[in-house]
Structure formats: C-alpha cells, structure tokens
Design a protein around this ligand. Structure first.
Ligand SMILES: NC(=O)c1ccc[n+]([C@@H]2O[C@H](COP(=O)([O-])OP(=O)(O)OC[C@H]3O[C@@H](n4cnc5c(N)ncnc54)[C@H](O)[C@@H]3O)[C@@H](O)[C@H]2O)c1
Length: 333
C-alpha cells in the first residue's frame, strides 16, 4: 500500500504530536502554520515534505496529492479550514471543539452531509481505555441506577505549554476560541457519550482567577436528565495540582475514575476494588490517528462524529445562555 500523505494544519502542540504519530505509522507529512518557528520545530521531529503558511496555499499547491488533512489550529479557524479541505474531497481529522459557536458547528455538519466527505472529530478521551471500561460498567449497571455524576477538570494554564507565555497561547483569547468552556468541553462530550443529551442546563461561565487572559477560566455546570440523573461539571484553568476525575454515584455503589485508575465500591466503608492502568497521554492520539487511517482506507467514522461535536456545542451554548440570563435553559426539542 502506498504511504498516505497527510497535511497537518496548525503545527503547534497538538499538530506536532499528530505529525509524529502519523509519521510513525508510515505516513508522509506536509505542514501548515503562519509561524515559521513552529514549522521549523515540527521539522525537527519528522521529515516534512513541504511547508506552507496557509491552508489555501497548501491545498492549491499540493491538494491533489493529499489523502487526509488534520486540523489542529485554534478553534476560530476550524470550520473554514475543514470546508476548504472538504471542497477538494479530502477527509479531515478535526481537533475539538468543532467551532467556537453552535452556528459554525452546524454549518460544518451541513457541509459534511452535503459533500459526504468523512470527518473524524478528535474528542480524544473517547479513545482512553479506562473510560471505555467505565462506560461498559455503566451499561452493565454495576452500581445500580445512577443518581449523580461529578466531573472535575482542573489544570493551571501556565503549566500547559512550558515553552511559551500562556498570555500568548490561543487559550488566553476568547476571540481565538480559547477558555475553559470550549477547551475542556472534552468533559461535556464524555457526559453526552455516557448519558446522551440532558434536558436542562444551568451554568456559570466566568473569569475569576488572576490569569492574564480574556477567555473564561471557571465553569460550573449542572446537567439534568429526564430520568432524574444530575451531572455536575467543574472546569477550570487555575487549579494546582491538576485534577482530572469523574465520580459516578449509583443506588448500589460508586465508580471513581482518574486517568489510570478505576475504583468501584459498594459498601459504606469500602472496600474499593481497584483497577490500575498504564496508559500514556499520547496513546489516545495514536488510537485516533489509526482510526483516521482506516477512514482514509474507506471505513466509516466510528468513534466521534461531527453530529456529536454539534451536540457538545448545543450544551455549551445553553451554558452560556444560562450564565447570561441567570436561568435554567431547556434543551427539550
Ligand atoms: N484532543 C486533545 O486532547 C487536544 C489536545 C491539545 C489541543 N487540542 C486542540 O488542538 C487545537 C490546537 O491546540 P494546541 O494546543 O496545539 O495550540 P497551539 O497554539 O500549540 O498550536 C496551534 C497552532 O496553530 C497555528 N495557527 C494559528 N492560526 C492558524 C491558521 N490560520 N492556519 C494554520 N495554523 C494556524 C499557530 O501558529 C500554532 O502554531 C485546539 O483546538 C485545541 O483544543 C486538542
């Protein structure tokens, strides 16, 4: 089989990671970034065939030779860049979130439906084995009827990219699509992956820390489901040490998830039955890349679709509306 030619659009942190993973799986890599320093850094990791400073130029010059495009740029430009690739019939792996707003996400979903060009969405925690195990426990009703679930995602922004000032990172800018609500929407996606769409959303979406950013750094959200389940999400950009955890409380017990640990308890004072894992962060990106290569070979998008990305934006938009109006927002259709 001939090597697939992948265009990496946005050669920053995630783009570089994808480039390394696709190259390790035998793909040819070209890259786009308006910053030449970013392209130079990428070229230290992988053999880059051609570098461009815009996707338009890349598609014009090399579009006919491309098998796939990976969009890992700031959210503000995601939709337009996907549309440009899809207009040439090139399948896309799009990093989350689909777009800073629901209208953009719906526009892209319409383009996918119209062109039938495959788009795989990178809510990468869906490929994390310990979370797939938790999902199976929930399907098997291991802890009985669920009553409450609490998601926590807390990580100080200054620790994310030690090689740059956080003030210069797109995450600092609301206009670029930064902020806890959009970027940590992984956790909203997982809530929808586990439980589907909620009926009601109430939220505060705020900037409360001393971080020098104009995007939001604190989100507290409550999702209410038709069966009575309550799901709370706390997302922040100021917490240290960092925390990623989910606690599922059911009628007959509790499941605790941390990235490499799942603990299940059924009695008042324990004991907990614990399963430890040894997965590295990059593993989920490798798994996404492999699914995308299968998509390029003609298999359907399985794990995360544009429609699921639109649903996340529906919840995020409801959260913004709830914060602005101080009311509970209904998602009943
Ligand atoms: N799935 C995950 O877990 C995960 C992890 C990290 C980042 N991401 C997502 O990936 C995207 C990028 O995040 P990052 O951390 O790599 O940011 P980054 O700032 O490190 O990289 C983004 C790069 O895009 C470049 N860029 C800006 N405008 C561009 C344009 N018009 N065309 C092409 N490139 C452009 C920037 O110069 C920068 O090098 C975001 O949407 C983010 O949410 C996802």
């Amino acid at each position: 089989m001939t090597a697939k030619h992948i265009l990496i659009v946005g050669s920053g942190s995630v783009g570089r990671r994808h480039a390394r993973n696709f190259a390790a799986d035998g793909c040819r890599i070209s890259a786009v970034d308006p910053r030449t320093d970013r392209l130079r850094e990428l070229a230290k990791d992988v053999a880059v065939e051609t570098c461009f400073d815009s996707i338009e130029e890349a598609l014009h010059v090399t579009g006919k030779t491309l098998d796939g495009v990976v969009v890992g740029s700031p959210p503000k430009v995601h939709v337009a860049q996907c549309e440009a690739a899809m207009a040439m019939g090139i399948p896309v792996l799009l990093e989350k979130p689909v777009s800073p707003d629901l209208a953009g996400a719906e526009r892209l979903a319409a383009a996918v439906a119209k062109t039938k060009v495959p788009l795989l969405l990178g809510y990468t925690w869906r490929w994390w084995p310990a979370l797939a195990d938790v999902r199976r426990h929930l399907e098997k009703n291991t802890i009985g009827t669920l009553r409450h679930v609490r998601f926590v995602m807390s990580a100080h922004l200054a620790d994310w990219h030690p090689w740059e000032r956080y003030q210069d990172f797109f995450m600092a800018s609301a206009e670029q699509g930064g902020g806890a609500l959009l970027d940590e929407s992984h956790w909203v996606d997982l809530a929808l992956w586990f439980f589907g769409m909620p009926e009601q959303v109430s939220a505060r979406v705020e900037k409360i820390s001393d971080l020098e950013i104009d995007s939001d750094d604190n989100v507290d959200m409550l999702l209410v489901y038709p069966n009575g389940l309550r799901v709370s999400l706390h997302l922040d950009l100021y917490g240290r040490p960092h925390e990623r955890s989910i606690r599922f409380s059911g009628e007959h017990g509790t499941i605790l998830w941390e990235p490499n640990r799942v603990a299940i308890g059924h009695a008042g004072e324990g004991p907990w039955t614990e399963t430890k894992y040894d997965h590295q962060r990059n593993d989920m990106f490798v798994a996404v890349a492999r699914e995308f290569i299968e998509v390029l070979q003609g298999k359907p998008v399985r794990t995360c679709t544009i429609g699921e990305g639109v649903d996340v934006l529906r919840v995020l938009e409801a959260a913004r509306r709830s914060h602005k109006s101080g009311t509970v927002v209904s998602l009943r259709r």
